[in-house]
Design a protein around this ligand. Structure first.
Ligand code: 3MF
Ligand code: MG
Ligand code: MG
Ligand code: MG
Length: 386
């Protein structure tokens, strides 16, 4: 059966099941759910934890006393339910202060306020036990590039991240930081638009080892890119610190659909990559119920995300046990111990030997690797007939 257990490490943002169903053209269709209620419901459904922006829990205008009361009650509910706070982040996008950027605003006062708000949010996350801290630069971007800040924006962004990594160390928080790339929305163009761009930027930071990625299925898909390919590159770089699972039609507005709702083959490939690579972080859903839904639909949505993941995980196991699929995989790879030894680890002798080598190019040209059959077998497995 596909009943989630805390050991499956499923987590949800408070803002996901808490989503009110607003869109650029329409008002909220649902009422606000209290964070403590969300935690209770998710615990009932078998989730492991929650993530949050500072203001998902503590309203921007809360007094210090109100803040402490809210945090105390929230912690009590976490203790009662056993749910963990696995990731924390800062809302640097809702308040109009940030309309032209937070860490990349051309206004030094806004950049300083973004740092202040983030340090306070890091304090909050640490108090709740979060070990991963996410940076999604929702307003870090532009519509008008003639402002001349394209290069400055990157160095302001870098300065802020360097400052905050030092702050985390000075406080002993031990956060691992995860950058979340997105190509556009809400800005026309966001800085660090895709996984590869964020990886390149991390290498320029003072403490690159503290920074990794929080890639989101929908974000690479909006850019028309393959999410499994992006995840493979993040895993290869040792930088998959966290993940945002959801779904999305390619090249459209940000939909945040239920995991697996749209691109089932890619969702399967993703689950297989996560499970095979030994990724042991949270399986974090950053998605929301359709705007059409009432509260019952919200919990159906949450259950569906987890259930689909577990079903695909079981399909990945069957893929590994399916003898025809395994035979197709074996036939796909051609091994040649001698040539592989020659092709890896340069030496002058190997280079000479390779340059002198003859190849039967006609045989290579004619070989069919059997991918049609492999794809059909996999699809049949996914469709439930094998
Ligand atoms: C927007 C997002 C964000 C981030 C969040 C931090 C509001 O498309 O994906 O969700 O995920 O700010 O994780
Ligand atoms: Mg998103
Ligand atoms: Mg999204
Ligand atoms: Mg996200």
């Amino acid at each position: 059966n596909y009943t989630p257990q805390p050991s499956d490490k499923f987590t949800f943002g408070l803002w996901t099941v808490g989503n009110l169903g607003r869109d650029p053209f329409g008002e909220a269709t649902r009422v606000r759910l209290e964070p403590t209620y969300i935690v209770e419901k998710l615990a009932e459904l078998g989730a492991y934890g929650v993530s949050l922006h500072d203001n998902d829990l503590v309203p921007l205008e809360a007094s210090p006393n109100e803040r402490d009361r809210i945090v105390r009650e929230f912690k009590k509910t976490l203790e009662q339910t056993g749910l963990k706070v696995t990731m924390a982040t800062t809302n640097l996008f809702t308040d109009p202060v940030f309309k032209d950027g937070a860490f990349t605003s051309a206004d030094a006062r806004v950049r300083a306020f973004a740092l202040q708000k983030t340090m306070r949010a890091m304090d909050l996350g640490a108090e709740l036990g979060a070990q991963i801290y996410v940076f999604w630069g929702g307003r870090e971007g532009s519509e008008v590039d003639f402002s001349g800040k394209l290069l400055d924006a990157l160095s302001w962004f870098r300065d802020s991240l360097n400052f905050l990594a030092e702050y985390s160390d000075s406080q002993g928080y031990g956060y691992r930081f995860a950058l979340e790339p997105k190509p556009n929305e809400p800005r026309g163009d966001l800085f660090l638009p895709v996984v590869g761009a964020a990886l390149g930027f991390i290498a320029t930071l003072d403490k690159p080892e503290r920074f990794g990625l929080n890639p989101e299925f929908a974000h690479e898909t909006m850019a028309g890119l393959s999410f499994p390919h992006a995840i493979a590159q993040a895993i290869d770089a040792g930088k998959l610190f966290h993940i945002d699972l959801n779904d999305q039609k390619m090249s459209r507005f940000d939909q945040d659909l239920r995991f697996g709702a749209e691109n089932l083959k890619a969702a399967f490939m993703l689950v297989k990559l996560l499970e095979d690579s030994g990724y042991d972080g949270p399986r974090h859903f950053d998605a929301h119920a359709l705007r059409t839904e009432d509260e019952a639909g919200v919990w159906e949505f949450a259950k569906g995300c987890m259930r689909t993941y577990l079903i695909l995980k079981e399909k990945a196991q069957r893929f590994d046990q399916d003898s025809e699929i395994q035979a197709a995989l074996k036939a796909y790879r051609v091994e040649d111990a001698e040539l592989e030894a020659l092709s890896k680890g340069f030496s002058k002798e190997k280079a000479e030997a390779l340059k002198a080598r003859g190849f039967d190019l006609d045989a290579l040209r004619k070989r069919g690797p059997g991918l049609e059959r492999l794809d059909q077998l996999t699809l049949e497995l996914l469709m439930g007939v094998r």
